[in-house]
Structures are given as C-alpha cells and as structure tokens.
Design a protein around this ligand. Structure first.
Ligand SMILES: O=c1[nH]cnc2c1ncn2[C@@H]1O[C@H](CO)[C@@H](O)[C@H]1O
Ligand SMILES: [Zn+2]
Length: 359
C-alpha cells in the first residue's frame, strides 16, 4: 500500500531544489499584488493557485517559466521579499522538511531599485524569521539560500561574487536557471571557475530541457557539485533486449562520482521532461544506485510539496519508508553545508525519525 501524504508529512525530509519565486502562497500573491498595483490573472486564492498549475502545465520549459512574471512582480520590496521567505520556511517546516536549500535569482528583484545586497539580506532575514517561528512551534528547520544567475543574462560573475560575500551569512551555494536550450552552462564558465577557486559549492540546472551535452558541460567544463534535474542522463543508458541496462561513459561517471541528481518529478511532467511520474527516469536511476534526491522545484506551479512528491513516487514505484529514508539521507549527504552539520542532521534527526516509522 502506498504511503499517504499525511503519513509522509510526519517523516523528516530534506529539500535541495526549490525556487523561492515558485513557492508563494496564492493568498500572499493576492495581497502583495494589491500593494504593488500588479494585475493578476485571478483574484481568489483557489482560482489563482489553479491558474498557476494550469498555465505551468504547458509541456515546454519556456512557457512554464512565463508564469514567474506574476510572482517576481510582487517581490520587489524588502518587506515583500522577507515575507515570502519567512512563509517559505514556515510552509516547508510544516511539511516536515528539516533542512532546505531554497534558491532565487536576486537580479530579478531589482526592478524597483533594490540592490542585489538588499535583496539577498531580505531573503536571509525572512528565512531567519520563518525558521524561528517554526522552531517555536516545535518544527525546527535549517534553511540555506542558493543564489541563482539567469542563464540568458550576463550577471553570473556578479552573482557568484555575491554568493561568496554572503557565504557566512546563510548563502550556501550558487546555481544557474532559466531556459536551457540555447544557453549552455559554459556561457558562465568564468563564474564557475571563480567559485572553484573560492572553494565554493554550486549546482547547475542541466539535463532538463536539453540533453547530454548540457550535463557533460555542467560537470566536465564547469565542475558542478550537483545537477539540477539531470533527468536526461537516462539518454546515456540503454536497456538491452535482455532487459539489462548498459551505461555509457557519462552515466557511469555520474554514478561513480556519486553526483547528486536533484530530481523534481511533477515539474518534469509539466515541462515535458518526463511523460508521467510512473515513467519518470527516477525509477530506473534509483534501481541503478545513482545518488537520487527528490525535490519540489516550484511548489506553487506544481501544486506540490516534498510530502506530495514522495506520495506520488510511493504510488508509482511502491516506495516505502526504507526508500524514503534512502532519498532523505542521499539529499542530506549532498547538502552544501559542512560535513559535520550534515552528519549531525543525519544522525540526530533523520535516522531516529525513520527508525520510529520503520519500527
Ligand atoms: O525548472 C526550472 N528550470 C529552469 N529555470 C527555472 C526552473 N524553475 C524556475 N526557474 C527559473 O529560476 C528563476 C529563479 O528562481 C525563476 O524566476 C525561473 O525563471
Ligand atoms: Zn529548478
């Protein structure tokens, strides 16, 4: 029997791939839009949530990304950013997430005159407020921020420098996002080389809307620690007539090096990167022992949560607590905070949490 969302909510979970501007509460968007004078496609929370899910369900990453215009538009003041970040921490904690890395592109939040520093500080302040409130209600969560540069733009070096400047303030890493086809990661090679020289961590959205060359560049040219999505690594695995999977050199490399895959099943179905959750490459990659992690990508656009993604996988692949614990430990091992902090969460929170559930 598949695990239910309610059961899964009680288990400790780890989230590595979640966009701040993809997780706003519909009711908050409506309030902030009224303040900002921004016109929305719907004015009731339920209808607005449904609009986002339907508009994002387009089969194309480019069209999926158009929906972010409405969330980014209402996040242009420090108080709005702080509120969105605080609610993000609270919503994740309420879902049973104990460690989260949430990402955002500061360059998108400067339309009304905020500096990159002000944007970054507002996000960090919001995470602090939200996690303090959640802890006060007995739901502790450790929040980290990943700074994103948009891959079509030319600000990656500046954003990488910002990530290094705020590394002791709660910024734990860097990423590039946006349309993948036509914007290879090597466009931002200088930023990645800078981060490597600074001993900083980064992930790269790769293998979502473009195939193996994107993954190969992200790893072998840019030196990514993790892959955002990475679904298309499946193109380097051929299942023979005998049913035995044969891995190509890149797939072997990804598995040998334990490169974490930040997989986001519902998002992939919406953008057309996977046909359905049941046919998602995550199933085979998990069986083959890749370092798979399970993520939300955009909770608003996918109407999802970590618990819901796990419930969908439990339904599709029959996963139980053992598998959920494996995904969770995988994710915590792959986090960008230091090794001792990762181990402490694994040993003090995750293992005891699942021990209670497994019995
Ligand atoms: O799945 C995705 N693939 C690529 N880019 C994305 C995805 N989800 C969101 N963003 C982009 O990242 C920005 C900062 O959070 C968002 O504004 C959106 O443009
Ligand atoms: Zn993403």
């Amino acid at each position: 029997m598949a695990l239910t969302i309610e059961e899964i909510r009680t288990a400790p979970k780890v989230l590595l791939h979640d966009h701040l501007d993809g997780g706003l509460r519909p009711s908050t968007i409506i309030e902030l839009a009224a303040e900002a004078g921004h016109e929305l496609p719907a004015t009731e929370p339920e209808a607005l949530g449904a609009w986002f899910a339907a508009a994002a369900d387009s089969g194309s990453l480019e069209r999926y990304l158009e929906t972010f215009a409405h969330t980014v538009a209402v996040m242009q003041t420090e108080s709005a950013i702080r509120r969105v970040a605080a609610e993000c921490a609270i919503d994740l904690a309420d879902d049973g997430v104990v460690y989260a890395e949430v990402r955002m592109a500061p360059e998108l939040l400067t339309e009304r005159g905020l500096s990159l520093e002000q944007v970054t500080e507002a996000m960090l302040a919001g995470f602090g407020e939200g996690s303090a409130e959640a802890a006060g209600r007995g739901r502790p969560i450790r929040m980290g921020l990943l700074l994103v540069a948009m891959r079509h733009a030319a600000m990656s070096m500046e954003i990488a420098e910002l990530a290094v400047r705020y590394r002791d303030e709660g910024v734990v890493g860097f990423d590039i996002a946006g349309a993948e086809a036509g914007y290879p990661p090597t466009r931002h090679l200088d930023a990645f080389e800078y981060l490597q020289r600074e001993n900083a961590h980064f992930t790269i959205h790769a293998g979502e809307a473009f195939g193996l060359p994107s993954i190969w560049q992200a790893l072998q040219w840019c030196g990514a620690d993790r892959l955002g999505h990475g679904v298309r690594i499946i193109d380097d695995i051929v299942v023979g007539a005998d049913g035995v999977p044969h891995l190509g050199r890149l797939a072997h490399y990804v598995r040998d090096k334990r490169i974490p895959l930040e997989m986001c099943p519902s998002s992939n179905v919406q953008t057309g990167a996977a046909e359905s959750v049941a046919s998602h490459p995550l199933g085979l990659l998990t069986r083959l022992g890749f370092r798979v992690t399970v993520n939300t990508d955009n909770r608003l656009m996918s109407g999802t949560s970590v618990s819901k993604e796990f419930a969908l996988l439990s339904e599709a692949f029959g996963y139980g607590w053992e598998e959920l614990r494996w995904f969770t430990v995988n994710a915590m091992k792959s986090a960008f905070v230091h090794h001792d902090e990762r181990l402490a969460i694994i040993n003090d929170v995750i293992k005891p949490g699942y021990a209670k559930l497994i019995g």
